[in-house]
Design a protein around this ligand. Structure first.
Ligand code: FDA
Length: 301
């Protein structure tokens, strides 16, 4: 890592939000649901699906949880009204996990119920390790009631318990987004060596596919995209039996290559006013973005 990238990762939390906003634009559709619909329409026109996310997490009052639940319901209604090819992603801490587990479950339950009635789907994102067990349990209960065509969750390859979670969930059809994991975790809980994280990603992906799970293969790492395509070919999977997933603003060239190779691809489209924590995570992950955004900013002066 260059000195610039190291400094960005270390000091980003202290950078004023007006500066973070310069590069955040790339990762976020905009502040309104209309922005998310507009970006999704553009993606749909190139054969790409989306999953819409209302930005906001770690809320501190039941009123905020209800606000975000209502926003998620609105997203589902708008997807239906506008006939775009999109589903919904949400975060348990946005639904109140850290203040009241029952409130959180009831909120997500209401959203999944609505999604089912509209023939849509809800993905429960996986946050830091303190949310892991509760998220898995909520997913299990919702899957039992609604079925895996209406609700899914996320597993992170950096977590040491991911294979155990696959075993735990494999008594019924699983719908899992598999990603590397983005939160900072202690070594006791998560692998720290990127090579092991990649090996565990491959191991988890193969295990999930052999267990006939529907997998959202969420990565921009071309080595893993290659490995996934190899498994898909060897297992003779049909196009509808899996999908690739990427984040808005990341490696559009790879996005095009995946689609041209005949695979389905979904892009994560976040929108909302609470863009700061999401943008900071993305920037810590790839400080090169800050470099190019700052270069562009100063060149335009
Ligand atoms: P890796 O980090 O090795 O990146 C591979 C290459 O992709 C890099 O070399 C770079 O070129 C490019 N790249 C990656 N991230 C970039 C960025 N931010 N900006 C620019 N370029 C970038 N995590 C989590 O803990 N819980 C969750 O619920 C989700 N949900 C989720 C949904 C979707 C659709 C995706 C794609 C990812 C997530 N993630 C997530 C994030 C995930 O855990 C992980 O942090 C990122 O996807 C980066 O990991 P890669 O597999 O892309 O590999």
């Amino acid at each position: 890592m260059s000195w610039f990238n190291k400094s960005v990762s270390t000091f980003i939390d202290k950078v004023p939000s007006s500066i973070v906003a310069v590069f955040a634009k790339k990762y976020i559709a905009g502040e309104t649901l209309g922005d998310a619909i507009r970006v999704t329409r553009k993606l749909n026109s190139t054969g790409i699906m989306s999953t819409i996310d209302v930005l906001g997490e770690d809320i501190t009052s039941p009123e905020q949880a209800i606000y975000f639940k209502n926003m998620c319901l609105k997203v589902l209604e708008e997807i239906d009204r506008t006939s775009i090819d999109a589903n919904l992603s949400l975060k348990p801490t946005q639904m109140g996990l850290k203040i009241d587990k029952e409130l959180c479950f009831n909120n997500i339950h209401e959203i999944v119920k609505r999604a089912k009635s509209l023939g849509n789907f809800v993905r429960i994102d996986m946050e830091d390790s303190s949310c892991n067990k509760d998220t898995i349990e909520m997913y299990r209960k919702l899957r039992e009631e609604f079925g895996s065509q209406y609700v899914g969750t996320v597993l992170q390859a950096y977590m040491r318990n991911t294979l155990a979670n696959i075993d735990y969930l494999s008594d019924d059809k699983m719908n899992i987004r598999l990603c590397k994991g983005i939160y900072i975790e202690p070594r006791k809980i998560a692998y720290k060596d990127p090579a092991i994280v990649n090996d565990n990603y491959k191991y988890a992906l193969e295990t999930l596919l052999r267990k006939k799970a529907y997998v959202g293969i969420a990565t921009h790492d071309e080595k893993l995209v290659w490995y996934a395509q190899k498994l898909i070919r060897e297992m003779d999977l049909k196009r509808e039996e899996y999908e690739f997933q990427m984040l808005l603003g990341v490696d559009e060239e790879l996005r095009g290559i995946i689609v041209e190779n005949g695979h389905r691809l979904r892009v994560y489209v976040p929108f909302g006013k609470d863009w700061l924590p999401y943008s900071i995570r993305r920037l810590k992950e790839n400080p090169n973005i800050a470099r190019s955004a700052l270069e562009g900013y100063f060149k335009s002066k």
